[in-house]
Design a protein around this ligand. Structure first.
Ligand code: GMT
Length: 375
């Protein structure tokens, strides 16, 4: 199949999923065309059947906001015609499903029927898309998609609760390529980050309010009172400065490393002993899954789709949002004993294997067939 994938090219989970999916589809013989404003961070282009088409948005002083949707839908029309693309898969409803629908309509005028699959990722539904300023357009573009998928059962339920949805939503969970792990880093180089007797605790996110960054710091503060440890904070975002200040105020600044965005997530997770994800809401929690496949147990909130990923008492522990004392107590339970830590590391990896790419990519191929049958 010739498939166009539209996504955000940044470090966010939706872009990562779209990129990994595209690369896996290419490896299975499909011709994949990524169409977005920058080359996706995880995209390895040195593969015969992967193309990247950059969307350029010319700056014009009249426009207070440059019209990205217009440029994207025009690019889609051009690329579909030029390469004979047969199907469009957009990740993240805003504005991709909207631009995709416009492209579909323009192509229809020329006698080309382009099926469109929309994958909902989370904040496009729970935070941004639900805003009254966007809601009519998001509802419209969901209902105009030929097939809609969501990355968890929880996100499907939220979409049906918040929007007047007239289409069926298929749940296809996020995934990891378990074949990539295990042999990759034999020496994790822990010594670079911590003393031999210290545990390493990690958080990775875009440092937005929804991630409850102060909870991450408070949980760590309680852990380090009991267990010698370091906290590694990976990512960039609006809450980062406040987090740095909070660490300073609590007197733990020298135990917390802020690494910024990283393309070496697997290396970092390889030497991590515990992952913290106390989010207010999380449609899935791909970062937790990536931690788990790297044998890192997860202390998380129990909101959104996280309980579909993190298994209580097996791959980690889940608590109510904001229950930092309980989260810290559970973290200490895992970290204070080598044997218990080893048991959770094993449990985390076993649980993550259920989301192996080889089980999930064929589900998308089935969805594509379904989309073809509907146009
Ligand atoms: O976590 C974020 O805020 C980024 C966001 C994105 O769109 O990249 O992540 C969402 O999609 C990921 C991939 O499907 C999910 O794993 C994240 O849980 C989801 N984030 C939220 O729901 C807050």
């Amino acid at each position: 199949m010739k498939i166009a994938i539209v996504c955000y090219p940044t470090f966010g989970g939706s872009g990562v999923v779209a990129t990994e999916l595209g690369m896996a589809l290419a490896a299975r013989g499909h011709e994949i065309h990524f169409i977005t404003y920058k080359q996706p961070v995880r995209l390895a282009l040195l593969t015969g059947n992967i193309y990247f088409h950059e969307v350029h948005v010319p700056e014009y002083p009249l426009f207070h906001y440059q019209p990205y949707e217009l440029a994207l839908s025009s690019k889609l029309v051009d690329m579909v015609k030029m390469y004979g693309i047969e199907l469009l898969h957009v990740h993240y409803a805003i504005p991709h499903a909207y631009a995709g629908y416009m492209a579909k309509q323009m192509l229809k005028e020329e006698g080309i029927n382009l099926p469109m699959v929309t994958t909902l990722h989370g904040t496009d539904i729970t935070l941004v898309g639900n805003h009254p300023f966007y809601k009519p357009a998001v509802t419209f573009s969901i209902n105009k998609s030929d097939v809609v998928t969501s990355v968890s059962k929880s996100l499907k339920d939220d979409t049906e609760k918040f929007f007047n949805v007239e289409v069926d939503i298929d749940v296809i969970p996020n995934f990891i390529d378990s074949g990539k792990y295990g042999q990759q880093f034999t020496d994790c180089n822990r010594g670079m980050m911590a003393l031999p007797q210290e545990r390493i605790i990690t958080h990775i996110s875009n440092f937005r309010k929804v991630k409850r960054i102060p909870d991450v710091i408070k949980i760590f503060y309680r852990i380090q009172e009991e267990i010698p440890s370091k906290l590694i904070m990976v990512g960039e975002g609006p809450e980062k400065e406040y987090a740095e200040r909070l660490c300073d105020e609590l007197g733990i600044a020298n135990q917390v490393l802020f690494l910024g965005n990283s393309t070496e997530i697997d290396k970092i997770l390889c030497f991590s002993d515990l992952f913290l994800l106390p989010s207010e809401t999380e449609s899935f929690g791909l970062a937790a899954l990536e931690a788990m496949i790297n044998r890192t147990p997860v202390i998380s909130s129990n909101s959104g789709g996280i309980p579909e990923v993190n298994r209580q008492g097996v791959s980690g522990f889940l608590s109510n949002v904001g229950a930092v004392d309980e989260m810290a107590a559970n973290a200490i339970k895992i970290l204070e004993d080598d044997a218990v830590l080893e048991q959770f590391k094993h449990g985390a990896c076993e649980q993550a294997m259920k989301f192996d790419i080889n089980n999930v990519v064929p589900l998308y191929e089935e969805i594509y067939q379904k989309a073809f049958s509907l146009v």
